[in-house]
Structures are given as C-alpha cells and as structure tokens.
Design a protein around this ligand. Structure first.
Ligand code: 16G
Ligand code: ZN
Length: 544
C-alpha cells in the first residue's frame, strides 16, 4: 500500500524510545524524521476523527538549536487530547512499516470514519531551526499517506500563531497570518483608546521597551506587528539574523532560570523596561537591569504577569458589578491557575486580592483545562507561559452587554469596562500562551495604570528560591500527587523532605520528575537565599 512504501523511507532510529511528553516529542533533530512523518499520519487521523482542522508544529521551543520537536494542536487550538497520547507513542515506536500499518488499521477499526466524510485537513508550521524544513517535508509525506488528506504549510510561525490559526479555522473565522496580526493590533488599539485620559500622555521617548527575541521567530514577527500599531516605542534585539544562535545565552527560559541579562544587554540598559521571548514565542518574561555590575536583573516573571492581568480584569469586573440595573448584571466567576513553581509570595498576593487560586501539575494542558472552568480563567507558569480564557457563555454575555450599553449609557465607565474586557478577549490568544499578545496586553495595562516596571515589580516581593536538577537512574520512580506538591513514592521520601523543610522559616520544597528531560527537579523556597539554597541542596541529596 501507499503507507508501506512511504513509511519505508522513514524508519525509526534504533535503540531510542521516544515519548509524547508535556510538549510533544522532543529530541536531537537527527533522530526525528520518522517520528515527524508518523505524527503527520496521526494528525490526519485526528482530523478525520474530529472532522475538524488539526495543527502540526515543528519546534523545540527554548531548547538548543540542534534539537527539534513536533506537537499536535487539537480542534480548539489547544494541546492534543491526552487520550491520544498513547497512540502517538505507539505510532512513533512501531519498529517496522508493517507494524505501523497494523497499528493504524486497528485504530481505524475502532471508529475513524473514512467514507462520506470531510477529508482530513492539517495546517503546519515550524520555528526557525535549520532542521525544520526537512522535518516539515516528512510531516507532509505522513499526511499525504492518508487518502484525500490536505496539508497546508503556513511556513515559519510562532507556536501560538499556529495554535491560533487552528482555533480560528474551526470557529469559522478568518485565519491567515495577516488576520492574526490584524486581530491583535485592532484590539490593542481599542484598549489604548480606552485608557483613562489623565494617564494617556505618560508614554514618551524615555519609556521605550527593549525586547530580546531569543534569536528566534518572535522578534521578526513582533516587528511586523509594530508596523500596525501606534503609541508603542519598542526596540528589538536578538532577531537571530545578526549571528546570534537560537536560545544561546538569550531568551525567556535563560533569563528566568539564570536571572542574568541575556546577550546584547548590559549596563547601558539599567532601569529600562525589558522583555524576553523564548525561541518559539510562547513564553514571555520581563526584567530590568540593575545597577550592580555583574549582569544581575530584577526578574518580572510569569507569576507577576498573571498578577497584573488579574488586577486589571478584576478592576473591570468590579466596575461592571456596580451596575445599578441589577437585572442585567452578572456576577462573573474569575479564577486563577498556577503550578507549584509559582512563587509563594505571588500566591499570597492573589489570595489577598480575594481571588480563587487553583493548582495543577506542570504543563500547559493541565493549566489550560482548569482555567477553562471559569467565566474568566487566567493561568500562568512562572516560566512565562500563560494566557486568559473567556468562556463561551461569558463572551456571549459580554457582546450583548456592550451592545446594550452603547445605546443606554454611551461613554460611561460601565461601557468602558465592558469594552475593555471585550478587547482583552480579542487580544489575548485563547488557544495557548502567546508572548506577542501577552506583551501587548502588559504594555497597555502598564499605561492604563500609569506604572513603571518597578512599580509593577513592587506588587509583592518574591521569596528567594532555588531550582536544581538531579540525574537519577529512573526518574519514573518518583511519583507525586496533589499537583506535584507531595511525593507518594518512594515511601518515606516526603517525610524526609518535610523534616528538611521544617528547618527553614517560610520553607517550601517539592520534587518532581521532569516531563522533558531525564532528571528529577527540586524546587525550594525560604525567607533567605542561603536558606533556599541549603534546603534545595539537602533535598537533592535525598533524591540522589
Ligand atoms: C514543557 C511545557 C511547559 C512546562 C515545561 C516543564 C507545554 C507546551 N510546555 O515545556 O509548560 O513548564 O515543559 O518542563 O506544555 P519539565 O517537565 O522538564 O520541568
Ligand atoms: Zn516555547
């Protein structure tokens, strides 16, 4: 058959077992062509099964340039349904073309329609990695091996753009790259127009933002976006076209983990508002360079972006809830979602605001799923990946509300609050965390509040923390529960961690197996840096 002959060109690497982890398959790019080919097949089957457009993205995000990866976007633009992950694993590891065909036949028999249905349609994107082009061809061949399947190559994109396009296509909306830029820029302009007038002249030439593009796809795309905007002064560095290497000493992951300036930034930038994207632009952190000479920064991480977003949304909801005509008002349920990596000070701050804080295990799919339970759900990982979700029901209410208010109380604070929420609903990428839409929202909220990055950073003070990784023989031996905060196996380990933690004031510590690397990670937090370091070190010894 077609499948047998085409799959014989893509034999899996010997002696390597790949698994569909938190962010899809990731490995050295030279090992991936068979996996990507097979994920092309999976994407086409998923499209037949759901009768919707599916996305396939080739990226290894913040990892080194020689790595690559592949992940699938589901019809709603989110991560592949977890029910399909075992099938993805099985396909990737099937030893021969015959085994592969057998697997597919068995799977199809369980209920994938082939006849009288809309053909499979997969849209593809890749980041700037040099290995991406060949891998994209492999994905296309995989898709083409399913009869009638259509593959649309969108070229080099940020990961969130591809997810956005899948979601837009399946909602029947315009879904090209131009449409993406147009939606972001028009909703951004709308939010700018709604800034209280006493604050709208704050930004001047001294208020520029400097962005580190991680030498990836984000810098160039941000530049395209900027051409459609007014009122933002942004300088972009680390485009990736001036000799810099993707993610090497640059980018959101580096800045957040190392807490030092990325390449291209130095003491001349002291005090300026800076931001870092990761290699595929689905993470965003802010920072400012401190006057100390050793490249130290003040880090404004995902937790603080979450706090800023939560404050702004809450402010608009409070205005709306003060509406006198109670019969049309609606008490919106706002929830925030974090992981155990969220700094304890951020959680306290959010709780103090009266917000409901929820915890899930690490990984976008878990946070996203939880946030979708609210009228407005905001999720962020400390590493800078996060977004805001508006429920369908609440979005509908908001549209009706703004219509009603535009005739009843045009120009009122009430109308402005509703219009702001509606604009956030359009600006923020609701398929997945998006550094570009997140950056625009941060910028407009800072202007709305009249805040500098320092004022923002003062919302609360991070507790000192330390992260370590421990190489172990078998990381799956560590099993956790309660959103990764408690070890249930091996027996006795949690008790030992508790005993260490109790020795430190404001101590908090947890360990978990990484979903992307062959290590166990240790996180510790305490009232001083020395205490956090010592707690992390002693717990790392317990794991070893
Ligand atoms: C992946 C996840 C990210 C998570 C990270 C943790 C997605 C799209 N990405 O990059 O959310 O923070 O893994 O890595 O889910 P770790 O398991 O190695 O600590
Ligand atoms: Zn990324």
């Amino acid at each position: 058959s077609l499948l047998i002959s085409s799959s014989s060109h893509f034999l899996p690497p010997q002696g390597v077992r790949l698994s569909y982890g938190t962010a899809g398959f990731r490995a050295d790019a030279s090992l991936l062509s068979s996996t990507v080919y097979r994920m092309g097949i999976l994407a086409a089957l998923r499209s037949l099964k759901t009768q919707a457009v599916i996305g396939l993205m080739i990226t290894a995000s913040h990892n080194k340039i020689s790595d690559n990866g592949v992940k699938i976007a589901d019809p709603n633009g989110g991560m592949l349904s977890q029910h399909w992950e075992p099938f993805a694993d099985a396909l990737a590891n099937a030893p021969s073309p015959q085994d592969l065909v057998q697997l597919i036949n068995d799977f199809v028999k369980e209920g994938i329609p082939f006849n009288g249905v809309r053909p499979a349609e997969v849209i593809l994107g890749r980041d700037t990695r040099p290995s991406g082009d060949a891998l994209l061809k492999a994905a296309k061949e995989g898709i083409a091996s399913i009869v009638g399947a259509i593959a649309t190559d969108m070229g080099i994109l940020t990961t969130p753009q591809l997810h956005w396009m899948v979601r837009a296509r399946n909602m029947g909306m315009k879904a090209s790259e131009e449409d993406y830029f147009e939606q972001l820029s028009s909703s951004f302009r709308c939010l700018m127009d709604l800034i209280p007038s006493e604050k709208s002249n704050r930004s001047g030439p001294n208020d520029k933002l400097v962005v580190d593009g991680a030498n990836g796809v984000g810098g160039g795309n941000l530049e395209v976006l900027l051409k459609q905007l007014n009122g933002l002064s942004i300088e972009i560095r680390n485009y990736g076209e001036d000799g810099g290497v993707l993610n090497e000493g640059v980018g959101a992951d580096f800045v957040q983990k190392e807490k030092v300036v990325p390449n291209g930034f130095d003491s001349k930038d002291v005090g300026i508002r800076c931001a870092s994207l990761d290699g595929d632009a689905d993470r965003l952190v802010y920072f400012s360079v401190t006057a100390e000479s050793n490249g130290k920064i003040e880090l404004v991480d995902g937790d603080k972006i979450l706090s800023l977003f939560a404050l702004f949304i809450r402010e608009q909801l409070i205005i709306l809830s003060e509406e006198e005509d109670a019969k049309n008002s609606r008490q919106a349920h706002l929830g925030v979602v974090q992981t155990a990596y969220a700094n304890g000070a951020s959680t306290n701050y959010l709780k103090q605001l009266g917000l409901e804080v929820n915890f899930t295990p690490t990984g976008v799919k878990y946070l996203h799923e939880k946030a979708a339970e609210f009228d407005i759900g905001i999720y962020f990982e400390a590493n800078g990946h996060g977004t805001i979700l508006f429920s369908e029901d609440f979005s509908g209410w908001l549209v009706a509300k703004t219509k009603e208010l535009s005739s009843k109380s045009k120009g009122s604070e009430l109308e402005k609050a509703a219009l702001r929420l509606l604009a956030v609903n359009k600006l923020i990428n609701q398929a997945v965390g998006d550094a570009l839409s997140g950056l625009l929202l941060v910028e407009v909220i800072l202007q709305h509040m009249g805040w500098s990055i320092h004022r923002w950073n003062e919302l609360y003070h991070d507790l000192p923390s330390r992260q370590l990784k421990v190489k172990v023989a078998d990381r799956t031996a560590v099993v956790t529960a309660n959103a990764e905060t408690v070890v249930v196996s091996p027996l006795g380990l949690q008790e030992a961690i508790n005993a260490e933690t109790a020795k430190h004031s404001q101590g908090r510590c947890f360990v978990r197996p990484s979903g992307t690397e062959d290590v166990v990670r240790v996180y510790a937090e305490a009232s001083t840096q020395e205490a956090a370091d010592s707690l992390a070190n002693s717990v790392a010894k317990l794991v070893d």
